[in-house]
Design a protein around this ligand. Structure first.
Ligand SMILES: CCCCC/C=C\C/C=C\C/C=C\C/C=C\CCCC(=O)SCCNC(=O)CCNC(=O)[C@H](O)C(C)(C)COP(=O)(O)OP(=O)(O)OC[C@H]1O[C@@H](n2cnc3c(N)ncnc32)[C@H](O)[C@@H]1OP(=O)(O)O
Length: 152
């Protein structure tokens, strides 16, 4: 089975509520390559409802974009450096500096959501990632992330 980007986070940095393997209460989001883009799939539990039970609340949408975006920034950088995650070299780790979310329409509850990441540009430690979240009827939210590579 293909490893997710988050599977390469060391345990001590894997406590993120959205994507950390060491957080038993967390969502454990997993991100993968999909050609030149990245992809993650997630079906929120019914308790993450918005104003009505049929819709997912905006914080969950932002959280999915956030965690998928930072993982994608790392993946895009490894690929740009012609490296593989877990290659034993200097780790490439990112945190979110800025995340803009446009909520285009309500995000449906009870269906698998698909989060996609596309590299816009890399400039030194700064990586811009374009994000989208799709429900069963098209794109519900778009995101623009600036991720910053942590100094090692
Ligand atoms: C943040 C905690 C650090 C501890 C985490 C430790 C380890 C993490 C390890 C691995 C990560 C692995 C997995 C990630 C897991 C989950 C991630 C989930 C996603 C998140 O949930 S993550 C949490 C939310 N996230 C934060 O909690 C960040 C708080 N923040 C900071 O920790 C600093 O702010 C930082 C590091 C971002 C930058 O600090 P810094 O000192 O390294 O760099 P500096 O300030 O020099 O910025 C360098 C260049 O970025 C430009 N720049 C910076 N910020 C900008 C902004 N907002 N808008 C436009 N441009 C900006 C500057 O203008 C400059 O540009 P230029 O080079 O052109 O001058």
């Amino acid at each position: 089975m293909t490893a997710a980007f988050q599977d390469f986070y060391p345990d001590e940095f894997s406590h993120c509520y959205g994507c950390g393997s060491q957080n038993p209460q967390g969502h454990h989001l997993k991100s993968y390559w999909d050609g030149e883009e990245t992809i993650a799939r997630f079906t929120p539990d019914a308790k993450y409802s918005g104003g009505v039970p049929e819709h997912v609340y905006g914080g969950m949408v932002a959280s999915l974009l956030d965690c998928h975006g930072t993982a994608s920034a790392a993946a895009f950088t490894y690929r740009a450096l012609n490296r593989e995650m877990g290659d034993g070299g200097d780790p490439v780790r990112f945190v979110t500096a800025s995340l803009k979310v446009d909520f285009l329409k309500p995000t449906p509850m009870g269906v698998e959501l698909v989060v996609r990441g596309k590299l816009r540009s890399i400039d030194g430690r700064k990586v811009w990632v374009d994000l989208s979240l799709t429900g069963n009827d098209g794109i519900c939210a778009k995101g623009e992330m600036l991720a910053i590579r942590l100094r090692t």
